[in-house]
Design a protein around this ligand. Sequence first.
Ligand SMILES: *[C@@H]1O[C@H](CO)[C@@H](O)[C@H](O)[C@H]1NC(C)=O
Ligand SMILES: *[C@@H]1O[C@H](CO)[C@@H](O)[C@H](O)[C@H]1NC(C)=O
Ligand SMILES: *[C@@H]1O[C@H](CO)[C@@H](O)[C@H](O)[C@H]1NC(C)=O
Ligand SMILES: *[C@@H]1O[C@H](CO)[C@@H](O)[C@H](O)[C@H]1NC(C)=O
Length: 451
Amino acid sequence: MGFIRPFALLGTLAGLALGQDCPILGPTYPEVLNPSSSTVFAAAKASFDDEITKALASGQLDNGTAFSIQVFSRNSDKLLFERHHGSSVGPDTLYRIGSISKVMTVYTTLAELGDKYWTEPVTKYVPELARLKVRDPVYDTDWSEVTLGALASYLSGIARDYALGDIAPYLPPGIPGIPALNATEQIQCGTSGLRACTRAESLTKIAHTYPISPTHHTPAYSNMAFQLLAYAVEQITHKKFPTLVNTRLLTPLNLTHTFLTKPSNPSNALVLDGWDLDFGEESPAGGYYSTPADLTVLARSILRSTLLPPALTRSWLQPLSHTANMALSLGRPWEIPRLTLTPGAAPVDVYTKQGAVGAYLALLALSPAQGVGYTMLTAGGKSPATYAWLQEKVDAIFLGAAEAAAREEAGRRFAGNYTVEAGAEGTAAAVEVPILRKTFMRSDGKGKCKL
Ligand SMILES: *[C@@H]1O[C@H](CO)[C@@H](O)[C@H](O)[C@H]1NC(C)=O
Ligand SMILES: *[C@@H]1O[C@H](CO)[C@@H](O)[C@H](O)[C@H]1NC(C)=O
Ligand SMILES: *[C@@H]1O[C@H](CO)[C@@H](O)[C@H](O)[C@H]1NC(C)=O
Ligand SMILES: *[C@@H]1O[C@H](CO)[C@@H](O)[C@H](O)[C@H]1NC(C)=O
C-alpha cells in the first residue's frame, strides 16, 4: 500500500479550463529499464522478423535491394532487433549515409563548442561572406542575419545548393526554350560526375545564390548551410573540421568503420550508384560513410548523453520550427515526425535524420521519450520503397512495443491500493491514458465511491 497526498485536483484545472485532456508532452510512462527481459519486445521482434521474411518472399520487399536495420534501447548494449538483407550484408557492411552526416556535423559542433555560438552571425567567422553587399533583399542574402544556429536548423533562408544537383552538365544541347550555356556559365565542380569544388570556388558560387526567404521566416532545406557551419567552427577553433569529427566523435566512440571521405578498397563496402560522389568541402552536409553497427553506437551515445552534458542533449532534442505538416517539426538538423501511438496520449516525437545519395537511403531515428531508437540503411534500385516499408513497420511495431512494454512495467510498479494521509483510500489501475486512474475512493473508511 502506498501513500499519496491529495493534490491531484490542481493538476486537472488546466484540462478543465480547456475542456479536454492535456497530457504533458514527453514520456507517457517511465522508460523500460530492462528491455531484454520484456515479453512485449520479444513478441515485437518475432512479428517484425516474420513480416520481413513474408514481404521478401512475396516480392513486397525487393529482394535485390540490400538493407540493414538495428533497433536499440538507451538502457541496453544488446540490440532489441536487427535484420540484414543482401549478399554478405551484416552489421559491419559499409554504406553511404548521405545527410545523416549533418547529425555528425552538429554533434561534433556541440561536443566541441556547446551551444553558445548558435546566435552568432556567420559573417563573424566566414570573412568571404562578410564582404558581400545587400543591394536588393530579393536577390541578395543578408549574411549578417544568418546565424550559426539558423544554418544548423533549416531556418537561414539561404539556398539549398550552389552546385550539387545542377543538371547543366547533363543537359543535351539544343533543348527548345533552354538557351545553351557558354563555358563560363557551366559549372566545373561540385556535383555528380565533376570534381569537388575548392573553398574559393564554393564561396564564389555561394555568393551568387539567391535567398529563398528572409532568415527565420520558414524552414527550407540547405546542404551548403552545413559547409558554412563547418567553416565557422574551423575559424572559431583553429582546427580542421575533419580533425574535430575524429577527435570528438569517431575516436571516443571507437567508430572504426566510419569514414569522412571515400575509403580505399574496403572489403565490407556495398558499392552502388553514388559511392564515388566526392562531396569535398561539402562533406559535412552529406559526404560520410558508415556501417549499421557504428551508426547505432553513435545514435545510442546521443540518447545516453555519452559525449554531451545531459542538459545539452535535452536542449538539442527539441523542435525549433513547425512545417506545414501538422505531424512534422524540425530541429538541428532533426526531422521530427510526431506519431500518435496511443489515442488521447501526447504524440511521440521521433528525432530523425534521413540521408539520400545515389542508390542509398538511410535513417537515424531517436525516440527520447521512450529511450529507444533505430538505424536503417538501404541500398539498391528499390531503396525508396524498401525504406518506406521498413520505416512504417518499425515505427508501428517497435515504438508501439516500447509504449506497451512501458505501460506494462508501470502497471507492475505503480498500480495498487493507496491511502491518503487524511484517511481516504483508493485503488489505482494502469490504463491507457493517463498512466494511472483511480478506480474507487473511500473517505474515512466510510462510503465507497466508484470512479
Ligand atoms: C534473393 O537474393 C539473394 C541474395 O541476396 C539470392 O541468393 C536469392 O537467390 C534471391 N532470391 C530470389 C527469389 O531472387
Ligand atoms: C557567357 O555568358 C555570360 C552571361 O550570359 C556573359 O557575360 C559572357 O560574356 C559569356 N562569355 C562568353 C565567352 O561568351
Ligand atoms: C574498437 O573497435 C574495434 C573493432 O571495430 C575493436 O577491435 C576494438 O577492440 C575496439 N576498441 C575499444 C577500445 O573498444
Ligand atoms: C486492493 O484492495 C482490494 C480490496 O480493498 C483488493 O481486493 C485488491 O486485491 C487490492 N489490490 C492490490 C493490488 O493490492
